[in-house]
Design a protein around this ligand. Sequence first.
Ligand code: AOF
Ligand code: ZN
Length: 428
Amino acid sequence: MSLAESAGALGKTKKHGLSPHMSLRPGVLSERYCLPFVSSVASNSWFRQKQFEVSVNPHGVIEATDFDHMARALQLARRGLYTTDPNPRVGAVVVKDGRVIGEGFHVRAGEPHAEVLALRQAGEAARGATVYVTLEPCNHHGRTPPCVDALIAAGVARVVAAMRDPNPLAADGFARLDAAGIATASGVLENEARALNPGFVKRMRDGLPWLRVKLAMSLDGRTAMANGESQWITGEAARGDVQRLRARSSAVMTGIGTLLADDPSLNVRLAAETLDIEGVVRQPLRVVLDTRLQTPPTARLLTLPGTTLVMTAERDGACRARLETAGAEVCVMPEVEGRLDLHAVMCELARRGLNEIHVEAGPLLSGALLAAGLVDELVIYMAPHLMGSEARGLLHLPGLERMTDRVPLKIADLRAVGDDWRITAVPM
Ligand code: AOF
Ligand code: ZN
């Protein structure tokens, strides 16, 4: 049996994104690498459609311990969940003679990258070591110098990455390392690394942000009473959970209907200690989709710290000036059939460097985004009560008449949050 076949026989190759071309020592994969944190995102159809590229240079061999160290690097990367935006979350571990001698994670754009911090901690001992990093080391001068230069200068012997860098400006770090005689391997826990940065990966590859639509409903699938009343459907724990989803996002988006009805804040109200971060809590950009520019200059979200972007098709200068005076940024977008061109809106948001967009809107906008194929994930909180047949439905999706018209979803995750249930569903 070849190495690749023996790895396949262990039945673990697919789960970790390993390809049959990757060399594996026979028998090295054991049950403990079946990590349960393959997130909802990794199993979404968008991910499944893409073939992961796994590469290893001619001297590279993936060993059992590589998975352990990469799992630790992923754990470190996760500590940047709420802070790295617009950069990806990245973690790194330096290992010599089986011992961890340096660890680091990227904290904020403009601050050192993960490998640089891990190398700093390792010091001189990094010579001859193996570096595990959840993203291919960068090969460009961005806000910081190239990590490949730091790795070459430190004299490391081997670099293992979970995934290649999809950013064309920073990519091909491995080519530089190969040329410098450093062994390289990529693809170790790749699904998990991608799941940590769904927005960054999608923006780099498709020029679109990754969209999560959050919804709250009763057990009978209703989202507001007939008179529009909807506060509160879910309990405190679910609302705290939503705060975390906001905090990890590049932007929180709503539509003019919700803005006029609820006057929402769309901000993050969790303390830095709650999020386990140092420094101030980053406020995601607030985005209002407002075709006719009806946002009142007195809207609550304009009075809060952070930036509000109103996207409109209205060119009226006076309306715009009033909103700008109130602190909003106004961006004029094309319209289709009297509504904002949602695809153009998303392209513009990606162009501005937004990775993950968290949508908290009413059934109209949420339904329109879903119908336009722009939604990557629905997060639905289901509360244990019935709102009755007069109450309003979850999503406005007109024109579905036959069973064959249904919108197919895959339930990627289901868990209890306080007295409510959180359903994560991915459009197929
Ligand atoms: C790494 N390690 O920890 C991160 C990387 O503007 P800069 O200098 O911060 O560069 C940002 C780009 O660097 C980012 O778009 C991505 O391609 C890469 N991020 N690379 O080697 C890291 N965060
Ligand atoms: Zn870098």
